[in-house]
Design a protein around this ligand. Structure first.
Ligand code: NAD
Length: 489
């Protein structure tokens, strides 16, 4: 089949799945995504509709998806902890084996971001999401006997997932939620349905291959806002996990159900005059360009102390950033920002050359990121653009940088970065900006295990306070006291 024919089939399938009737009236975050100036997806990432049925977790009806997850969760608990460990290991292996294919599917499905970076995200989720080992029993003994605390499952979790990390979130949640003994009904973003469903199928196959229950992870084939809302209040759902922008965060908080809510961010980066400027520039370009700046943790705006601003910008250019002038900024703003001041969906997650071409500029081959100098009140600073463009604001000193960073973070409590060799300043910044994730002297990903110490999480729950979510987050505590016995010293 020739390329044009493949592209035509892909367009038809995508439009069928991205325009389900009851999502048409969805809020803007959920609007069907129709990109401009983007080449058709490569044949390797062709998205096809697989048949329903079987034990792969995909159902035509939301009640069937919930009932299957209820039954699978009971089976999982009955199978015991050793089986759970084996299931988690099988998921990791399957996700690693399919990381490239799922990444290509996600890029083709959403037409956003970069397949090579999405593969890194999938691999990170497979390798660094904590498993059952995190759920160690706590035991307290003393004169009055013994008390132990175990981590028990919630039951069936409803997980509403974003289009920015479609497959990596499924892998991350699949491992962490199942490790804690739960089953999951996913509600994929309507603009990322096929890649999300395929990730669910891959994981379910691995679970069954290990002898685990069918349908431990479920979804309906045509998710919508209506079905997401059903999950939010359904009596058989024990815990709601919502990962996305302001709209879903607000809806989940108002659902009345026990909820773990991970909302938007707008991570600032501060660079002071003590920083290793060359390294800071490289780290910032690496973080802000990753997956075309779609991760919620990516550097979105930079506040740099005047004394080192020129040097930082020069080093960023050496690291693959393309500097545009104020005239270009004005032209670009008119194109990539809507009249009501929000990022234009057509440009979210697109490559830098797409943005540059839109204002008549040709990007050099190695362009990873667009950078520009603007004032603090510019929309590129204050809005979460989710595009490979980093706004830079010069400030007189460290104190001014901190104050501007706190304003730009908007109290989301999400993520911030600082480049400084002054430990007191790093401590001061961390205390004052009050984010769940803070990186000092590294790119954003370092805080989730990519180039830094620690584990990976794709749900950072600021509004409800859990931070980077792990199996413990998806567990409830059971405490047992044995009075007067089993204290043996
Ligand atoms: P989005 O809010 O458009 O969609 C996220 C999910 O919520 C989708 O499944 C969508 O269908 C659903 N949804 C949206 N509005 C809803 C409503 N009113 N009721 C029920 N369901 C609703 O977000 P997106 O474009 O997919 O992802 C990007 C956003 O998510 C950014 O703001 C980013 O910062 C944020 N994000 C946050 C985290 C985190 O861990 N805090 C992780 C990834 C993405």
């Amino acid at each position: 089949m020739d390329e044009a024919k493949i592209a035509e089939i892909v367009r038809r399938v995508l439009s069928e799945f991205q325009n389900p009737s009851d999502t048409a009236a969805a809020v803007s975050v959920c609007a069907p995504y129709t990109p401009a100036r983007v080449p058709p997806p490569a044949a390797a990432g062709v998205v096809t509709r697989a048949p329903l049925g079987g034990d792969d977790g995909i159902f035509g009806d939301i009640e069937d998806a919930i009932n299957a997850a209820v039954s699978a969760q009971a089976q999982l608990v009955a199978m015991g902890m050793d089986m759970r460990k084996r299931i988690v290991a099988a998921i990791r292996q399957a996700a690693l084996g399919e990381s490239r294919r799922l990444a290509e599917l996600a890029a083709a499905d959403t037409r956003m971001g970069r397949a090579d970076h999405k593969e890194i995200k999938n691999r990170l989720a497979a390798e660094k999401t904590p498993g059952t080992e995190e759920l160690e029993t706590i035991c307290i003994t003393g004169d009055r006997g013994m008390t132990f605390i175990e981590y028990a499952p919630f039951g069936v979790i409803a997980s509403i997932t974003p289009c920015t990390n479609p497959t990596s979130t499924i892998i991350n949640h699949g491992i962490a939620m199942i490790a804690a003994g739960n089953s999951v009904v996913f509600s994929p973003h309507p603009a990322a349905v096929q890649s999300t469903l395929e990730a669910i199928r891959v994981l379910n196959r691995a679970i069954r291959g290990e002898g685990g229950p069918a349908n431990l992870l479920t979804s309906i084939a045509e998710p919508s806002l209506r079905t997401a809302k059903i999950l939010m209040t359904h009596p058989r759902i024990d815990l709601l996990v919502a990962t996305g922008g302001a709209s879903v965060a607000k809806a989940a908080m108002a659902s009345g159900k026990r909820a773990i809510v991970a909302g938007p961010g707008n991570p600032p980066v501060v660079v002071d005059e003590t920083a290793d400027i060359r390294k800071a520039a490289r780290d910032i370009v690496a973080g802000a360009s990753f997956d075309n700046n779609m991760p919620c943790i990516s550097e979105k705006e930079c506040f740099v102390v005047e004394a080192v601003a020129d040097q930082l910008i020069l080093e960023m250019q050496h690291a693959g950033a393309y500097l545009i002038n104020s005239r270009h900024v004005e032209a670009l703003t008119k194109i990539i920002v809507t009249e009501d001041g929000h990022p234009h969906r057509d440009y979210v997650g697109q490559n830098p050359e797409v943005l540059l071409n839109a204002i008549g500029l040709d990007a050099p081959l190695n362009t990873e990121l667009i950078i520009c100098e603007v004032s603090e009140d510019h929309v590129f600073v204050q809005e979460e653009m989710l595009m490979p463009i980093l706004a830079i604001v010069r400030v007189p000193d460290y104190e001014a940088a901190v104050q501007a960073a706190i304003r730009a973070e908007h109290g989301f409590g999400h993520t911030a970065m600082i480049h400084s060799k002054n430990i007191d300043r790093i401590t001061d910044f961390a205390r004052r900006i009050r984010v769940n994730l803070l990186v000092a002297n590294g790119p954003c990903g370092a805080v989730l295990g990519s180039g830094g110490e620690g584990f990976t999480a794709y749900t950072v729950a600021g509004p409800t306070g859990e931070g980077a979510c792990t199996p413990k987050t998806f567990s409830t505590q059971r405490r047992v006291a044995l009075v007067g016995s089993l204290h043996v010293v």
